[in-house]
Design a protein. Sequence first.
Length: 156
Amino acid sequence: MRLWTVSGKECEIIQTGQSSIQSAVLSLNNHFIVSGSTDGSVRLWDLETKGAQELAKLDVQVRDLSFSSCGLYIETDRGVLDLGASGFRLIPSSLSESDSTNALFVTQDWLLSGSTNVLWLPEEYYSTCIATSGSHIAIGHSSGAVSFIAVDSFLV
């Protein structure tokens, strides 16, 4: 990763060891960077120590990353990563922290509720984009089709 000043001068290079980085975002306090790579890993970098912590190793690429306004979550195009002290959790951005135990998240071939595999997705149903709202999820597919799924509470 190469870091640049606002004026366009290169100021630092960080060796990541990740495969090709797909996306990266700087924290609001300028102390951390989160990167997502083509191998599905998401890492949190401390800019002072240059150390990294792997937040997630997913079977899908995370293309979009941003820090939440409170700085405790990483919002992605697949769900939300919690940066809390207990490790990360995947929670949909439409839920509050108290509702996060039944969070929906889509990997390449699974719909997860929290960290539990709920529904296996065959290859023709792999997602290109997703949107969640409570216990409902919309999954866009490369064919142009969209699947709408409601996850009953007894499943989660």
